[in-house]
Each structure stands twice: as structure tokens, then as C-alpha cells.
Ligand binder design. Structure first.
Ligand code: FAD
Length: 472
């Protein structure tokens, strides 16, 4: 039954934060999420400013039978952060960041973006593994794992989480860390937004010099097979503390790309190094002997915060998007053949296929230490991402993603996926990603902390035991 206007008015009068209903001038902005394909209309949107207000919003939603949607940075491809006819908790204004350079810790609110956190930590030459696009939210990215340039050096983002403040489905405010509610803390590091609303993230920071050296090598689709094989083999020789990424994409309209190649599809190897420029060039010497030579290349120093913005234009806010991903143990020659065959078939120049290596510090964490969905011995996560400037292109591009993914899946049957790259809610894929043992443990933690599955707009973990109907 739809919530009554009286109920919302009464809540609004008592709630300390902002309550926004349809017709309010800020309604469309407050319900917007990154994926332009998502156009949902909650019955009401709240913008809490404190954990107690988050608790009040949860209590109100449950009392009125309203479905809850929790939005951190709004970057879930599936649009989990917004719903139709329910209560949306938009955490965007809870974005305070505090950095303590002495203890090398940062605390931030759940509405913080990577631009804000990186900006604050880099003032002290510190950082935690952040996403590749600066406007992505810290909250969702951390709770599902967190992959970035620093993965080989510092592991996943969730590996650096030291504690969290959490508002539970019952509206209690609790802390989670190795000492306090350790099962909840374990589940928060990879289990997504299933267990409560995190209102503070506390991270251990790593020394990351403000200047890095970046290199981009780009091969046309014609020479893609050679470029990809070379990139895979070179990547395996790089030290853990250098970051790298392989991607199928369009050459950007940037001044460092010769005009005749701008917008052309191809494959890139991007390498980041925090050592000296000489070390950087030495590690990449082999590229200069490689035939066919890259179509174009760029080798330059770059501030780390600028590096974190480098791909922002490739993933603009409001693009009509869809994705499917999978883990690969091996970027085999056969998998490369699939990439070379399918990339040129995309219809939108914005669609891209990043292939993230999972090595170094990532693999030094034991599988059971966190709830992360994926093996710590896995080597790659490959994401086929459709991104369209207009809605008309999306149906065709969605088919491109599915066909491409099915061909790639044949090279890695049974593999799971990174839950943060899961646009379709598919319980089998979620189970496959966590594996039976981890999924069962997560389901038990879910039963302890959210037995009625209040927080279900996510890569959902079903509570181990079905809870009896809620009273009232
Ligand atoms: C352009 C783009 C670039 C990306 N790049 C990367 C990348 O480099 N590395 C990477 O690992 N991933 C990346 N991702 C995937 C990203 O990690 C997920 O989309 C993630 O869910 C985004 O978090 P968010 O807070 O922005 O999203 P939201 O849509 O706000 O939230 C995502 C999920 O988390 C839940 N949630 C949000 N805040 C909270 C909270 N405070 N407490 C509890 N639950 C909460 C939501 O309910 C939802 O289920 C990218 C995604 C996009 C769209």
C-alpha cells in the first residue's frame, strides 16, 4: 500500500535531516544515479546528516512497509541506490573526511567520493586503494572489495578497512572491527551493503608519493592480438608496486593522441610507477623493441590525484550503461582471440572493456580473511561495459555485452564475478562468486544482523534462516 501523505508529513516534522517528496525542486537531482538508464521515483528521499537520522529513516521505512534503497556514490550499474515507490536514503551530504597523518588513518562519511578521499589523503603523501574513476563512491566500492591502481601495492580497498560504524536494520548504531563484532566486520569487507548502513569508514593509509609516472601504449584492433599478448607478458614481469591495466577502448580525444587516431578503437596497456623516471623507462624497455610498435604512446610524470581523474571522461555521469564481468585465471591466447573478435562489434564509442590484474598484495591476503567474493589466487577480472550517449543505442549494446560475455565465459566455465560489476541480480552468479563456504557464512551473518532482508537492493545474500513475520 502506498505511504500516506500524513505519514510522510509527520515523519518530516520529526526528522532532523531533509525529506524530499515528488514535486520538490530537489527531487530529480536527489534521485539521480550515475547510470542514465535508471529512472526510478521513490515515494520519499531523505538526506540524513547523522547516524541517528539514518536510524530514524530505517525505522520509519520499516514501520510504513516502505522498501529501502541506500545510495552512497550512486554508481551501482543496476541502480541499487534508488527504487520506485520506496524510501531512498541518499547519504551524499555525509561526506566529511578526516586524515590523521601520525597514525596514517582516514575516517570518512558514506557519501564521500574518491576525488574527496584521495584529495585529502594525498596532502600527506598517503592513500588507500581507490577506484579508477574519481566520482565513484567510497561506500559501495569498499563494501564490495575495491580495485584500483594500488591493488598490487596495497590490496583491495576493503583490505585496508580498519573499522566501520554501522546502523543496523533495527536502528542500532554499532561499531565493527577486528575487536568489536568481528563477524560483521568480516562480512562488510566484500559482502556489500547487506548488513547495515555504514556511516563511517576508517582506513589504514599507505605511503603513495604525490607524483607517479604513467605510460600508455595503444595498439589498433588490427594489431590487437599482438598488443594484448605482449601486454599480458610484460605485466607479469612488473614489480607488485607498479600498477597496470589492460583495456579495449576508443583512443581519447586528448592532445597526446595524434588527431587521425582519436576515437579509433584499439587496446591499451597503461602502467603506473611510483619509482624514478629511469626505473619506469627501464621496466618498459621491451615495448620499444616490440613489433608491431604501438600506434601511439605517452610516457609522462603525473600527480596521483590527476591520475585518479584520467578516465573520468570515459565514464560520464548519465551515460546509458550495462555491464557483465567475469574472473579469468589466465588471459590465455584463446581469451585474447575472443577480445579481438568482439571489441570491434560494439556500437557505442564509449563502451569499453577493462581487464584488471589481481596480483601482489591482493594475493597475499588469505581467502577466508575477508568476505570478498572471488579467489585471492584469481588473476584477472574482465569487465564488458556498455556505455551509450543515447538510450536508443543501449538495447543493441546490451546484446553485444551478452554475446561477448558468453563467448568469454566458454574460456572460463564456472567462474564467478566481482560483485561490484554485477548489473543483473542473479543469485547463482552471486553464489558462484563467493563460493559455497563463504556464501553460507555470509548468510549466517545476514541472519544475525538483517534477518528480514531489509537491505536487499544489492548483490543480495539471503538470510540463512527465514525470519518469522515482523510484529505489527
Ligand atoms: C564509472 C564507474 C567506475 C567504476 N570503477 C571501479 C573501480 O575502479 N574499481 C572498483 O572496484 N569498482 C569500480 N566500479 C564499481 C563500483 O565499485 C560499484 O559500482 C560500487 O557499488 C559503487 O559504489 P557507490 O557508493 O558509488 O554506489 P551506490 O549505487 O550508491 O551503492 C552501491 C551499493 O552499495 C550500497 N551502499 C551504498 N552506500 C552504502 C552504505 N553507506 N552502507 C551500506 N550500503 C551502502 C547500495 O545500497 C548499493 O547496493 C565502478 C563503477 C562505475 C559506474
Amino acid at each position: 500500500m502506498p505511504v500516506s501523505e500524513d505519514a510522510i508529513s509527520a515523519f518530516r516534522a520529526s526528522f532532523g535531516g531533509q525529506v524530499i517528496i515528488p514535486g520538490h525542486p530537489g527531487y530529480d537531482e536527489a534521485r539521480s544515479v550515475w547510470n542514465g538508464d535508471i529512472d526510478r521515483r521513490p515515494a520519499a528521499i531523505v538526506r540524513p546528516g547523522t547516524p541517528a537520522q539514518v536510524a530514524d529513516a530505517i525505522t520509519f521505512a520499516r514501520a510504513e512497509g516502505l522498501e529501502l534503497a541506500v545510495r552512497g556514490g550512486g554508481h551501482s550499474y543496476a541502480g541499487h541506490g534508488v527504487n520506485d515507490g520506496g524510501l531512498m536514503i541518499n547519504l551524499g551530504t555525509m561526506n566529511t573526511v578526516n586524515v590523521d597523518p601520525e597514525t596514517r588513518r582516514a575516517r570518512c562519511g558514506p557519501g564521500t567520493t574518491w576525488e574527496q578521499l584521495d584529495g585529502a589523503t594525498q596532502q600527506y603523501g598517503l592513500a588507500v586503494t581507490g577506484g579508477f574513476i574519481s566520482h565513484t563512491g567510497v561506500a559501495g566500492l569498499t563494501l564490495g572489495g575495491g580495485i584500483g591502481w594500488l591493488t598490487g601495492r596495497a590490496g583491495l580497498t576493503c583490505d585496508s578497512l580498519v573499522s566501520a560504524e554501522v546502523v543496523t536494520a533495527e536502528g542500532r548504531i554499532v561499531s565493527a572491527s577486528a575487536q568489536s563484532n568481528p563477524d560483521l566486520f568480516w562480512a562488510l569487507r566484500g559482502g556489500g551493503g547487506n548488513f547495515g548502513i555504514v556511516t563511517t569508514f576508517e582506513f589504514a593509509l599507505h605511503q603513495v608519493p604525490p607524483m607517479a609516472n604513467v605510460a600508455i601504449f595503444f595498439w589498433s584492433t588490427e594489431h590487437g592480438r599482438d598488443g594484448l599478448r605482449f601486454s599480458r607478458d610484460l605485466g607479469a614481469t612488473l614489480p607488485d608496486d607498479m600498477g597496470y591495466l589492460i583495456a579495449g577502448l576508443s583512443a581519447p580525444p586528448a592532445p597526446f593522441v595524434p588527431p587521425e587516431y582519436q576515437g579509433q578503437p584499439g587496446f591499451a596497456l597503461i602502467v603506473v610507477n611510483w619509482g624514478s623516471a629511469e626505473d619506469h623507462e627501464k621496466a618498459l624497455e621491451a615495448v620499444q623493441q616490440m613489433a608491431p610498435a604501438p600506434q601511439w604512446q605517452l610516457i609522462t610524470p603525473i600527480p596521483y590525484v590527476q591520475l585518479q581523474h584520467m578516465f573520468d571522461d570515459a565514464a560520464p555521469w548519465g551515460a546509458y550503461s550495462y555491464e557483465k564481468a567475469l574472473y579469468l585465471d589466465d588471459l590465455s591466447d584463446e581469451a585474447i582471440d575472443v577480445l579481438v573478435e568482439h571489441l570491434p562489434r560494439r556500437a557505442s564509442p564509449l563502451s569499453f572493456v577493462p581487464i584488471f590484474p589481481l596480483t601482489g598484495a591482493f594475493s597475499r591476503v588469505a581467502d577466508g580473511d575477508t568476505a570478498f567474493g572471488g579467489s585471492r589466487q584469481g588473476k584477472w577480472v574482465l569487465n564488458i561495459s556498455a556505455s551509450c550517449p543515447t538510450p536508443e543505442l543501449l538495447p543493441q549494446e546490451r546484446e553485444w555485452v551478452r554475446t561477448f560475455w558468453t563467448a568469454m565465459r566458454a574460456k572460463a566455465p564456472g567462474s564467478g564475478t566481482y560483485v561490484n560489476f554485477l548489473a543483473d541480480a542473479d543469485e547463482d552468479r552471486i553464489r558462484a562468486s563467493y563460493g559455497a563456504q563463504k556464501y553460507d557464512r555470509l548468510a549466517q551473518v545476514k541472519a544475525d544482523w538483517d534477518p528480514y532482508n531489509v537491505f536487499h537492493r544489492n548483490a543480495n545474500i539471503r538470510p540463512a534462516q527465514l525470519a518469522p513475520p515482523a510484529a505489527g
